[in-house]
Design a protein around this ligand. Structure first.
Ligand code: PMP
Ligand code: GLN
Length: 378
């Protein structure tokens, strides 16, 4: 049929989840919880549906949810976004990111991504006709290398996509790093798409450094959030974008014609739930305990653990366990050992192989223990 994107394959998350299902493996690959959300949130959905919230909401989203997000961002990061003109509800972070990219990237514009990066960024830029400029995070530590980022900025640079806490490496940017980014971009017109979907999963007492905390960044940024991550409902596909009014206006030009709007009852339920409580405040301790449980088990294997400062991912070096390449190792681990993981090479355009794979620990303790029993032989 004359394919438009001959090089575009199927996302690694679909591939590995399908293999895990087929082989009955414990799926620590694709990132999603295997436990249910708070029953109160489910009751809020039923209540919203019973109350008749079943037709189109306003194009930018249900106002009470935008107000709840504005209040949350202000309480946590000290910056006020106007619910009417600066916050838009999206079909998850995925649609938020592609919509932001389509809204700002013109054919030939350069967009910087920091590799390894989430697998939708590069195709999104390509779909917009932009030019992808890949800047590696520092090998080994996965920290931003500002000399390299600075060197990649040209008069054609339209935007940079940043992501902290970072998928897949589980690193968390420091305040000093955010300030450096702010200073680096100060003399430029470069826009920022800040993927903050793991904002509430930061461990060991560290703080999430939202771009909202940095005026010079906030003024040029789209902040992407996802309720799926925060409330254990990845299948609901609801998120938000917070951005200054001029950027939001551009964002909505595209949003209105790619989804128009997002399902109504979930938005009402999330708004009500956020009004009642701030359950995300418990998330760091909740996931840190799971990280520690999983890490303690892995410590008995020959995997070498990389630090996991945030997200719900744990990366391990496989060098002492296998001579296989990452992708083949993940296939082998799923089929032969019965545990699915994600190769880090999937987050690089070049398929760069550093013998590191990613496990997701957003699982019930019994699931983690079952996986650990299987991994114990390695
Ligand atoms: N960005 C990152 C870094 C992610 O890890 C994910 C989810 N895996 C997304 C965006 C997409 O989030 P959503 O499910 O809300 O579309
Ligand atoms: N963000 C999830 C991950 O990194 C997966 C989301 C998806 O399957 N697209 O595992």
């Amino acid at each position: 049929i004359g394919t438009k994107f001959p090089a575009m394959g199927t996302t690694i998350f679909t591939v590995m989840s399908a293999l895990a299902a087929e082989t009955n493996a414990v799926n620590l690959g694709q990132g999603f919880p295997d436990f249910n959300c708070d029953p109160t949130l489910l009751a809020d959905v039923s209540a919203a549906m019973a109350a008749g919230h079943n037709q189109y909401p306003p194009m930018p989203g249900v106002l009470s949810l935008r107000q709840a997000m504005a209040a949350k961002i202000e309480a946590l990061y000290g910056r006020r976004y106007d619910a009417n003109s600066e916050i838009t509800v999206t079909a998850g972070a995925t649609q938020a990111i592609i919509t932001a990219v389509l809204a700002i990237v013109r054919p030939g514009d350069e967009v910087i991504v920091l590799e390894p990066c989430y697998d939708s960024y590069v195709p999104n830029i390509e779909l917009a006709g932009g030019v992808v400029v890949r800047v590696p995070l520092t090998p080994g530590t996965f920290r931003p290398d500002f000399a390299k980022i600075g060197a990649a900025i040209t008069p054609k640079t339209r935007a940079i996509i940043v992501n902290t806490p970072h998928n897949p490496s589980a690193t968390v940017w420091t305040a000093a790093e955010m300030r450096t980014l702010e200073e680096l971009l100060a003399p430029t017109d470069v826009l920022v798409i800040s993927d903050e979907v793991y904002e509430h999963m930061v461990f060991d007492g560290a703080a999430h450094e939202s771009v909202a905390r940095y005026p010079g960044l906030a003024a040029r940024s789209f902040i992407v959030s996802s309720f799926g991550k925060t409330y254990h409902v990845t299948g609901w596909k609801v998120g938000t974008v917070a951005a200054p009014a001029v950027l939001t206006a551009e964002f909505r030009k595209v949003h209105q014609f790619n989804v128009f709007t997002v399902n109504t009852p979930m938005q009402h339920a999330l708004a009500r739930y956020m009004d009642d409580a701030a359950p995300y405040l418990e998330l760091p301790a909740f996931y840190q305990r799971k990280r520690d449980l999983f890490a303690a088990g892995l410590a008995k294997t020959r995997f070498k653990l990389l630090p996991s400062g945030g997200t719900y991912f744990q990366c391990v070096d496989i060098t002492a366990v296998s001579e296989l390449r990452e992708a083949e190792f993940c296939q082998w681990l799923t089929r032969e050992i019965g545990v699915a993981a994600i190769p880090l090479s999937a987050f690089y355009g070049s398929g760069f192989d550093q013998r590191v794979v990613r496990f997701c620990f957003a699982k019930q303790d019994e699931t983690l223990n079952r996986a650990l029993e299987r991994l114990a032989k390695l």
